[in-house]
Design a protein around this ligand. Structure first.
Ligand SMILES: *Cc1c(COP(=O)(O)O)cnc(C)c1O
Length: 409
């Protein structure tokens, strides 16, 4: 009989979202007339920018003509899209990233987990706690961890707590690690790193010859102009960092699917026998073998993000969600909650009131305000005592949810 990948059996049952669904279903059954507002989702709610849907319609029409038909495209993405990304997302911000170093894909979730295909065994791997669960689970699947303990932490991973005490910025580890996942602006805490904080990480990585996997899926939500959008704004990052970017959150492509990874040609890793190998060649080989590119229509849609209209429309979407975040922050602060994030990210991270834990606060909001959020403990044991509210919703829902929460006090 076929042997399965036993690492999958180490995975803890997807606990967070099924448990939320279970509690919500139970509440709804008992209270069929309640009008629940869901502020737990990490998915966008506004429609696609018109510039993108217009470009995609045009591309579909092209595809149905003999002259405009496209079959397999380049596995790395069309050069017209990679050129625009290089120009607008990097060169305009002073980052030396060429079109060749950009690999277009169908999502950052897949990229941030597929990258492990080119990473070998025996690395010391660090993640933050709380964390985007994909980084941890894909390491479990790849066999780079042992079993989980009672707190849900896997043997073999190094967890760096991010809490109010360190302003939700991962502190540089005392030990040397080979691979480190960073996400700024952060999901779930909404924290964002300054140039100085990122420089410390880059210097650490250069000194320890570590690789940083930098997830910048939320960079478009940065409002403070002094903050870096890309890790390549930091000197030396070309020699120690991969960056993941996505059109999901800025341009509403969560259902359309387009993203990209940046693998600088200067990045190096080591073979088991100690020789240097460049990561770009390995990733290029991986993509050429296992991936056949993002469809032409969607890449034309992504290209439109860089047109004048597309750019203005994306700004409009980001502003809309950030106004939601501001409404959430202000209302919660007014009634005495301690709130973090929500200023350069679409997530507000709340300190739950004393005497409650994350799930206790979940039940409290569900029952008393009929509002659904996400318990911080679901993102890692250091998330205990916190709670995530998402700004991805309609204005009406956000305002109604805040009225209900405010009237509880
Ligand atoms: C939403 C999100 C992404 C984007 O994922 P896609 O697969 O591109 O939709 C990446 N990283 C984090 C932390 C996210 O929350």
């Amino acid at each position: 009989m076929v042997k399965v990948n036993g690492n999958y059996l180490k995975l803890q049952a997807g606990y967070l979202f099924p448990e939320i669904a279970k509690r919500v279903a139970k509440f709804s059954q008992a209270n069929p007339h309640s009008n629940l507002i869901r502020l737990g989702i990490g998915d966008v709610t506004e429609p696609l920018p018109k510039a993108c849907s217009f470009a995609m319609k045009k591309a579909i029409d092209e595809m149905s003509t003999p002259e405009g038909f496209h079959g397999y495209g380049p596995e790395q993405g069309y050069s017209w899209l990679r050129e625009k990304i290089s120009e607008f997302d990097f060169k305009k911000r002073g980052c030396d990233i060429s079109a060749e170093e950009i690999f277009v894909s169908d999502g950052s979730k897949c990229d941030s987990s597929n990258i492990l295909d080119i990473i070998g065994d025996g690395n010391r791997i660090a993640v933050t706690d709380p964390v985007y669960p994909v980084y941890v689970d894909s390491n479990v699947m790849a066999g780079s961890t042992g079993l989980a303990n009672a707190q849900g932490r896997y043997d073999g991973l190094i967890y760096i707590p991010i809490t109010a005490e360190n302003l939700f910025i991962a502190e540089i580890p005392k030990e040397s690690v080979d691979l480190i996942y960073l996400c700024f602006p952060n999901n779930p805490t909404g924290a964002v790193a300054t140039k100085r904080q990122l420089s410390e990480w880059v210097n650490y990585a250069l000194a320890n010859k570590s690789l940083i996997l930098f997830d910048a899926a939320y960079e478009a939500f940065i409002q403070d102009e002094t903050l870096p959008h890309s890790i390549y704004e930091i000197d030396g990052a070309r020699d120690c960092a991969v960056e993941f970017r996505s059109f999901s959150k800025n341009a509403g492509f969560t259902g359309t699917r387009c993203a990209y990874s940046v693998i600088p040609k200067s990045l190096k890793g080591k073979t088991q026998d100690g020789r240097d190998v460049d990561l770009w060649s390995l990733w290029n080989r991986r993509q050429s073998t296992k991936f056949n590119g993002v469809n032409y229509v969607v890449q034309r849609g992504a290209e439109a993000v860089y047109s004048h209209e597309g750019c203005m429309q994306v700004k409009g979407l980001v502003n809309f969600y950030m106004e939601n975040a501001c409404i959430i922050r202000n209302n919660l602060k007014e009634v005495g909650y301690e709130v973090f994030g929500g200023e350069n990210a679409p997530y507000v991270w709340i300190k739950v009131p004393d005497r409650m834990d994350s799930w206790g606060f979940f039940d409290f909001l569900l029952e008393k305000a009929n509002v659904v959020g996400t318990p911080g403990s679901g993102f890692g044991s250091a998330g205990e005592g916190y709670f995530r509210l998402s700004a991805f919703n309609t204005r009406d829902n956000v305002e109604m949810a805040m009225e209900r929460i405010s009237s509880l006090k």
